[in-house]
Design a protein around this ligand. Sequence first.
Ligand code: NAP
Ligand code: ZN
Ligand code: ZN
Length: 346
Amino acid sequence: MISAKGYAALTPRASLAPWRFERREVGETDVQFDILYCGVCHSDLHQVRDEWSPGIFPMVPGHEIVGKVVKVGKGVKKFKVGDLAAVGCLVDSCRTCENCQQGLEQYCLTGSVGTYNSLGKDGLPTYGGYSNTIVVHEDFVLTVSDKLSLPAVAPLLCAGITTYSPLRYWKIGKGHRLAVLGLGGLGHMGVKFGVAFGAEVTVLSTSPAKEADAKKLGAHKFLLTSDAAQLKAARHSFDFILDTVSAPHDLKSYLKMLKTNGTHILVGIPPEPSRIHAFHLMNGRKSLAASGIGGIPETQEMLDYCAEHNIVSDIELIQIKDIEKAYERMIKGDVRYRFVIDMASL
Ligand code: NAP
Ligand code: ZN
Ligand code: ZN
């Protein structure tokens, strides 16, 4: 086994603290890379605090991982020692079901293996990117361009693909009015992609202080969701709402802002379920949908698109000892717009 170190929550809701653990040896088709940077996703916080369902502890979070290859198995074709490499939210899936065959590994019919808080095919828990090194089958390792700033690439592995994928699936672009609800890690990437794809983008936010940033990110309009008059004035105006909010919120008031036939796409995953009445969708034949991360081919497509169009995340680089402070700021919506851990600080 390979000895590894990282930060873990030893029990549900425990603060993260240094922890030593083991990773599997590099197998024939595995890539081992040393982690240089790891983004901090709100899903990390939901999971270490056990807000969704009982998790697997000790838990080493982190699924926005970039680094440099240090070892490859004999059968590895895509990578060699010294290459940049990245891993997102997935490290395995069955590869044979109809979804995996289409590159939709996130919807694997037998259940994909998450980068952490999951059980691998060997029955052992997976541990994420708040750590110094990782071993992953090459099929789930992405290639990264050296043209972009590496710490700012890390969040693309979750925040990037989670917003890119639904915008592509619903073919959102020129001629569409897109609202991005919540300007955090996912939200700011939703704005960047929406603008790049040609949509007219409005940010819907609870934070008046983010208006100037929204415009800098390329958004055409900004709407303060705590202002009832602004909400009312925006009724029937959007083709799509990309909902990235991490906390419980009232979907009714947002559904009213959709045009007839409009679609509200959930990507945020608040701990509590939402309540809506059929009438909220029926009046205007509206759709409520959701989208989960993205498959491996689409994640590579997104990374390549970002390299070509010079798109990265806006980040605040932190030391790993400050992770709990970063979580507290994230809960307050005070992230501009993704914390990324500099793993040299481990
Ligand atoms: P984040 O950086 O904390 O951003 C969430 C934003 O939501 C905040 O910045 C804030 O924006 C807004 N918000 C927070 N509390 C709110 C409230 N009570 N009412 C209204 N708005 C509120 O989080 P993130 O990393 O982008 O993740 C967002 C959500 O997506 C999380 O639930 C996460 O688990 C989920 N997620 C899902 C997937 C997927 O595959 N679908 C992948 C990754 C993450 P404003 O200040 O602008 O209001
Ligand atoms: Zn994530
Ligand atoms: Zn499958």
